[in-house]
Design a binder for this molecule. Sequence first.
Ligand SMILES: [Zn+2]
Length: 170
Amino acid sequence: MRHCQHCGAVLAALTFEGGRTRQQCEQCGAVAWRNPAPVGMALIEHEGRLVMIRRLAAPLAGYWAPPAGYVECGESVPEAVIREAREETGLEIALDGLHDVYSRADVNVLIVAYRAHIVAGTPVAGDDAIEIGLFKPGELPREAPPSSGLAIDAWLYSVILDATAPWCRN
Ligand SMILES: [Zn+2]
């Protein structure tokens, strides 16, 4: 981003306490904010099993993960979680409460994970999913840590481990 979205003037990089930088318009003072993008994640339990999809796209393409996707303008985080679950799994879900919020300073995404249960539909791998599975505790797919060296891959891997921990025990 080089020019102000409001007036078109050139943006200047300003440095703040702690070394953080921010782009600000020299003419009108508007700040070009850069914020982590929110992602909603659904931890869907059905008859004691956890619904997982194998991811089609990066980050962690090919890895098993709970359904998740970006929150879009015009929807709340819970609405995004329900929509993503529908798109990726074919399931209509109802949310059972917040599981956790995950964020890391060097990753420009934050994940809001909700517990959920199925209210309708049959599991079908949809958008962004190679396949779908329902896993009993202790039977979740075990995957090697990513070797890409990318912060987002390492972080998402750790988020998946943490969010699915209740189903990882035998
Ligand atoms: Zn401006």
